[in-house]
Design a protein around this ligand. Structure first.
Ligand code: PMP
Length: 405
């Protein structure tokens, strides 16, 4: 039955794991997928998350289905985490929301909502979403699979390739087709680690108020970017304060280290409680035939952490430690490059934030680094800084220098 089916291309990020596993090198280093590693290069479970999980298990919970939109208490705590408990739309009960399958699942459901919106509202407009160039490799595929046309807006400076082209970005967004959706990274832009400054965000928010574009924040690194979950939410909160009725996807993969548990939330700020009820009913209509209801275990863990002041404070400290270790690795990598003899300007490595550094290495240089040193990163030159540690950072610095001198 499947005789004529050709092989599909491997995912450029996840596919790297296999290529790496197949490499016989004893000094090989994997800087591909964005998953935190401790200083011994091992996956890390935060002690606060372990504690929350044991509380969940000791509570002998049942395994009944969650509601289509998931655990209501989890959703409430997630919204407060992102928007801040004092947020006006939250207090006024006009934020439609659902628990979803981590960031990707939320993006997919939102993309489907965007695709359906013209039909639901009797408009003849084509669903279009603008995303930054570059963006996380899966973004375009998620939207295209949902039937949304993907267009790009400028993001990185075409000269430096490692800093923001703010004017270009703003010009493209203001020129976007009316009624379209604009995807924004809430913090720690992936893959570049380059974010607009607080002033630039404010300027953008004011400028976009004059348009009828639907703003959509993808928030996959709250707490992980700066080590402060409040600071990392500043951009999206300022847009909400300015009256933008944003869409938001939250992921607990990185900040809580719950990658495989698939915990996330999506939300949409509405103008009234009636609008919120209608939108939630549409979200249910999308989710029910897609996967019926979300998994419950990870949401229970997050609920335990966010709902307990002591555990939450512990998590805050531990999340900050992860962010600090990454920051330290950025510094060591930059120093290592200088020590290896590089005279290039690598300041972007320490200026960029979040899990990734966008090195500026070309596809050819990345390939050469794989072949010569068995250091693996994605072809766009993005390295997962979390994959660096005290033992391998000098080796990686030398490998980068060898292909970039
Ligand atoms: N959005 C962005 C910007 C990301 O970097 C990621 C993770 N790489 C995701 C969404 C989705 O992650 P997950 O589905 O694991 O939550």
């Amino acid at each position: 039955a499947w005789a004529g089916v050709p092989a599909a291309p491997a995912d450029p990020i996840v596919g790297l794991n296999q290529t790496f596993a197949d490499d016989p090198s004893t000094t090989k280093v994997l800087l591909g997928v964005g998953a935190y590693r401790d200083d011994a290069g091992k996956p890390y479970v935060l002690p606060s998350i372990r504690e929350a999980e044991s509380r969940v298990v000791n509570g002998n919970p049942n395994h009944e289905y969650a509601a289509i939109t998931g655990d209501a208490e989890f959703v409430k705590l997630s919204l407060e985490f992102a928007y801040g408990p004092d947020s006006a739309p939250l207090q006024e009960g006009r934020v439609a929301a659902a628990q979803v399958l981590s960031g990707t699942g939320g993006l997919r459901v939102c993309a489907q909502l965007i695709e359906r919106l013209p039909r639901l509202t009797g408009s003849s407009q084509k669903p279009v979403c603008y995303m930054p160039e570059p963006t996380w490799g899966n973004h375009a595929k998620v939207f295209q699979d949902a039937g949304v046309e993907v267009r790009r807006y400028r993001y990185l400076d075409s000269n430096t390739k490692t800093t923001l082209d703010y004017e270009g970005m703003k010009e493209d967004l203001l020129g976007a087709e009316a009624g379209s959706t604009i995807l924004l990274h809430a913090c720690a832009h992936n893959p570049t680690g380059v974010d607009p400054s607080p002033d630039q965000w404010r300027d953008l928010s004011a400028a976009l108020k004059k348009t009828d574009l639907q703003l959509f924040f993808d928030c996959a690194y709250q707490g992980f970017a700066s080590g402060d979950a409040e600071a990392d939410a500043v951009a999206l909160r300022s847009f909400v304060e300015d009256g933008h009725q944003i869409l938001l996807c939250q992921s607990y993969a990185k900040n809580f280290g719950l990658y495989g548990e698939r915990v996330g939330a999506l939300s949409a700020v509405c103008s009234s409680t009636e609008e919120k009820a209608a939108l939630e009913s549409q979200l249910k209509a999308i989710i029910r035939p897609m996967y019926s209801s979300p998994p419950i275990h990870g949401a229970r863990i997050v609920k335990e952490v966010l709902g307990d002041a002591t555990l939450r404070a512990q998590w805050t400290g531990e999340c900050k430690e992860m962010a600090n270790r990454i920051q330290e690795m950025r510094s060591l990598l930059r120093e290592g490059l200088a020590e290896a003899g590089s005279t290039k300007d690598w300041s972007h490595i320490t200026d960029q934030i979040g899990m990734f550094a966008y090195t500026g290495l070309s596809k050819e240089q990345v390939q050469k680094m794989r072949d010569e040193s068995a250091v693996y990163c994605t072809l766009d030159g993005r390295i997962s800084v979390a994959g660096l540690n005290r033992d391998n950072v000098a080796y990686v610095a030398a490998a980068i220098h060898a292909v970039s001198k």
